[in-house]
Design a protein around this ligand. Structure first.
Ligand code: B12
Ligand code: SF4
Length: 489
């Protein structure tokens, strides 16, 4: 029995999927083979043919749902005997995707034990239709099973199986994405967390943290393997101040690598930022999201004031930690003037880099309902947000096409205008032009500079950018995913 995970853009250095790695580690503990492969129809076909029984498993963010469903449809036409399952954020928000052609089952919520049970049951020739967390299609009938309680103690999980990616792709080991816990207690309308709170009501605490010991074990291994930089991607790294203090002390003594993490402005204090700095924190990312109070409080449901944001930014900058802000444009019910307010609040916060995304109203989230109530959804909205486009444009309708165009263009100039506020009058004029390659190039330049020279120390980010450019522009070095035979080695 082989569990095979097709991964979009597997060759990219940031393609580090902890969901896949953790499930893989659990499966391997039970003697089950698992591999990742690039989303290449021929490669996957060859690999499928080499094993008697294969489960195709897709870890599916909404942005890639259509990409994976389409790939799977083609694979199932060639290999009807494989069993195809989908898990991750999109199936969790939108389990109805089980109705798609070729999908045999979707896993709702946390996947380690549900996947283990499913694989074991199939290996034993047993039925999988009543397994917890699964929506299973069986002879045209869909069986919708409830979720099991959340894993209470994350320390019971094995260290993520990073080897699964290293064997399959020539990814850089210079930096690693690490999660020290799961869940966030807040309920921002565009985020996955409120969905989890609803889904798991009465079934355990959504917010959980690994012990410092457990995290250190993983980090020591990463350091031994040559990793030089850690990206903690916990939703809210500073949620538990006592944990952070213990972690910071031990991290400084035992690991000492530069790292980044994410914070929320209302939780930032001088004391916590000092301990992060002492531990070696290189960059902090903090959401500003919207400068306009109505959009921030009522639409995005981010309960914090502009003053709190500015004070947190002051504390982070004061500690000489690089500050990167996260922002959202094209918010349902918002206007271009309100998006300029976001620029203005960023200018006042003076981040080292201001990142911005165009809001994607993923199905299952509250912001999707808000957009629906405002009549902003096109009939093909789901397809539009799930083709792997990663948000260069909005999929929402607006009252005025000209205004939408300005917002999409402002997105391309966002980091630049926060760096150089004196450019505002020029950019106000430029964004009235039709979207064009120059604007995109400007955006890609800023984003690559921000990612590789600000968010990551340049000594590590520089080589990463070089690898990326080589892959993009030098023929022959484009595919750094290894052939399926090597992946299985
Ligand atoms: C690290 C991270 C990234 C990394 C790595 C990609 C990744 N998806 O891991 C990078 C920086 C590349 C990234 C990019 C993007 N991300 Co991101 N990212 C995260 C983050 C912070 C952590 C993911 C993680 O490692 N979680 C820990 C693991 C253990 O949990 P998990 O992945 O959910 O997996 C568990 C279950 O979902 C399930 N499961 C997962 N896959 C499968 C498959 C099967 C078969 C089964 C049975 C179960 C199963 O079991 C796992 C173990 O319990 C999450 C927020 C979060 N806290 O989860 C956002 C999040 C996943 N990202 C999000 C978004 C929007 C994006 C982007 C689209 C942003 C953009 N505009 O470009 C891109 C998409 C790129 C991509 N290909 O995924 C959204 C997704 C929303 C949605 N509806 O899909 C999230 C949820 C953030 C949010 N605020 O809502 N991201
Ligand atoms: S604070 Fe961040 S992680 Fe928490 S719910 Fe809001 S957006 Fe999601």
């Amino acid at each position: 029995m082989l569990v095979l995970w097709p991964v979009h853009q597997l060759e990219m250095d940031h393609s580090q999927y902890l969901g896949i790695m953790t499930i893989s580690a659990v499966l391997k503990e039970h003697g089950i083979s698992t591999e990742v492969v690039p989303t290449d129809l021929e490669l996957i076909s060859k690999r499928v043919e080499r094993d008697d029984e294969v489960i195709l498993a897709y870890s599916t963010p909404s942005a890639l749902a259509t990409v994976y469903v389409e790939l799977n449809r083609q694979l199932k036409r060639r290999h009807p005997q494989v069993f195809s399952v989908f898990g991750g954020t999109h199936p969790t928000y939108f389990p109805k995707m089980v109705e798609e052609e070729g999908v045999d089952g979707v896993c709702v919520g946390e996947g380690e034990y549900p996947m283990l049970e499913l694989v074991m049951a199939r290996a034993a020739g047993e039925s999988v239709k009543s397994l917890e967390n699964w929506w299973i299609k069986d002879n045209g009938t869909i069986h919708r099973n409830a979720v099991r309680p959340l894993i209470e103690d994350l320390d019971e999980l094995p260290v993520p199986d990073r080897g699964i990616f290293r064997r399959a792709a020539d990814q850089s080991i210079s930096h690693a994405i690490v999660m020290t816990g799961r869940g966030c207690p807040y309920h921002c309308s565009y985020c996955y967390n409120h969905v989890y709170h609803k889904l798991y009501a009465g079934k355990g605490n959504v917010v959980r943290r690994r012990s410092v010991d457990h995290v250190m074990r993983e980090l020591r291994q990463l350091k031994e393997d040559g990793c030089g930089f850690i990206r903690f991607m916990d939703d809210l790294f500073i949620l538990l101040p006592e944990w952070v203090k213990e972690f910071s002390r031990r991290y400084r003594e035992e690991i000492g690598l530069p790292f980044t993490c994410l914070v929320r402005a209302n939780l930032v204090t001088e004391e916590i930022v000092r301990s992060l700095k002492e531990a070696g924190c290189h960059r902090i990312m903090m959401g500003i999201e919207a400068g306009n109070d109505r959009l921030r409080l009522e639409i995005l449901k981010r309960r914090m004031s502009s003053e709190q944001i500015l004070e947190a930014a002051r504390i982070i900058r004061g500690a000489k930690i690089k500050l990167v802000t996260a922002n959202i444009l094209a918010i349902p019910g918002g206007t271009i003037d309100e998006d300029w307010e976001t620029v203005d609040l960023n200018i006042r916060a003076r981040p080292n880099y201001a990142s911005a995304a165009i809001l994607q109203a993923f199905p299952g989230t509250e912001i999707h309902e808000i957009a629906e109530d405002l009549g902003l959804l096109e009939d093909d909205h789901l397809e539009r947000v799930s083709q792997g486009g990663f948000g260069f444009t909005t999929a929402l309708k607006g009252n005025d096409a000209g205004e939408i165009r300005q917002i999409e263009n402002l997105h391309k100039f966002f980091p630049l205008v926060v760096w150089f506020p004196w450019l505002k009058p020029v950019i106000r004029l430029l964004i009235k032009l039709p979207p064009n390659r120059f604007f995109e190039l400007m955006y890609m330049t800023c984003i690559n500079f921000g990612t590789h020279f600000i968010s990551i120390p340049p000594a590590i980010g520089g080589p990463l950018l070089w690898r990326k450019l080589k892959r993009r522009f030098l023929p022959g070095s484009r595919r750094s995913a290894k052939p399926a035979e090597a992946a299985g080695a």
